[in-house]
Ligand binder design. Structure first.
Ligand code: CP3
Length: 343
């Protein structure tokens, strides 16, 4: 079995498998070259040859244990018919979803056709990995978790405090639950299609899980994740799932009961403390500060060694605590890989 899949099955693989969230992206000159040749980011995500190419770029450069499908969590609302635009230097911009009509306008029937190019990317990456000699590299498919996707749909993009989406969850509970149900059902189909196309493991990104109160966290982070995990385990037994409930703190313990095979830990959490509260068979993934990789040198080394020493002997996947940032020097990533591979 591939190293990453062994760790996800509960084995303490050492040195640990390693990949980095957002490992394909603007810090790589070869990514910027491809990106410069397309109209916009959505076009890149829906052109299979190019999306497969940028998925493979960081594997060629660093030999990571996992390739993550190049796409975006917002491609699912896009496929449901919600608008999506990536404005230069501004991030994603979406129509603000605020009423029943906007939820009713979401159309699950059009998703399969809209995401067909993304499934083609999955197939191209799987065959590309074999052709280029990366037989040990695991292909991870992913989706945004329903709550985080709802954050961007309700706010109309990013937000400092996500007040509109949290407000809707309290004051329009039926409307919000309707939206969560549509997103949860669509996410199950979307992830299942990725497995059929060749994804070997799946990750659920709940980047804003931590902005919710404990009761809303149970309703809108844990309950949908549990439903998604159960449905995928039934359809695709043996395909592991990584959940990333960012900023979840002590709620991570309840989150692990969703049945995920691994939990992603964010930068601000003590990874040893999180690992100690989880069942021993649940793998832990994380959690180097992306800014430590920007700094490089002794600072990065000290932070990375702290994580490695805390996780030795445990099912563990080395990763960052959030996505790599564009100003990261690529040679710092190479130095980090050497460190992790030395165990
Ligand atoms: O390498 C990989 O990790 C695979 C591809 C991937 C992207 N986004 C590509 C991307 C993945 C897994 C994501 C996940 C994603 N997207 C998340 C969850 C993880 C997290 O970072 O919290 C979220 C919240 C998004 C939404 C999103 N996409 C935002 C807020 C932005 C703008 C900010 C930014 O970083 O640019 C994006 C754009 C985006 N997604 C880019 C990339 C490479 C940059 C777009 C460009 O090249 O212009």
């Amino acid at each position: 079995m591939k190293r990453l899949l062994r760790a996800l099955s509960g084995e303490a693989v050492w040195p640990p498998p390693v990949w980095l969230m957002r490992q394909a992206g603007r810090y790589l000159p070869e990514y910027r070259a491809v990106r410069a040749g397309v109209k916009d980011f959505v076009a890149l995500c829906t052109t299979p040859e190019l999306a497969a190419e940028v998925t493979l770029q960081p594997i060629r450069r660093y030999g990571f244990d996992a390739a993550i499908l190049f796409s975006d969590i917002l491609m699912l609302p896009w496929a449901l018919g919600h608008g999506l635009e990536f404005k230069e230097g501004e991030g994603p911009v979406l129509p603000k979803l605020r009423d029943e009509a906007a939820v009713a306008a979401l159309d699950p029937a059009r998703v399969a056709e809209k995401v067909a190019p993304i499934m083609e990317t999955v197939r191209l990456v799987r065959s590309g990995l074999v052709r280029e000699g990366f037989a040990e590299t695991t292909l991870i498919g992913f989706a945004g978790a329903p709550f985080t996707v709802a954050c961007y749909m309700v706010e109309g993009g990013g937000s400092k405090d996500f007040a509109a989406v949290r407000g809707m969850a309290y004051s329009r509970p039926e409307l919000f639950q309707q939206l969560m149900n549509v997103l949860t059902d669509a996410t199950i189909e979307y992830l299942s299609a990725q497995v059929i196309a060749g994804a070997e493991a799946l990750m659920l990104f709940d980047s804003w899980a931590g902005v919710l109160s404990p009761s809303l966290f149970r309703a809108h982070v844990i309950a949908p994740a549990a439903r998604i995990v159960a449905a995928l385990k039934e359809r695709h037994p043996g395909v592991p799932l990584i959940g990333f409930p960012r900023l979840a703190g002590v709620m991570t313990l309840d989150y692990a009961a969703t049945g995920v095979d691994a939990v992603g830990v964010d930068t601000g959490s003590d990874i040893a403390a999180v690992a100690a509260m989880l069942p021993a068979h649940v793998a832990v993934q994380g959690n180097l500060d992306p800014l430590a990789v920007v700094a490089g040198g002794k600072a990065m080394e000290a932070e990375a060694m702290g994580i490695l020493n805390a996780m030795r002997g445990r099912p563990f996947i080395f990763n960052l605590g959030h996505g790599i940032v564009p100003q990261t020097p690529p040679e710092h990533v190479a130095a980090l890989l050497e460190l992790v591979r030395a165990g």
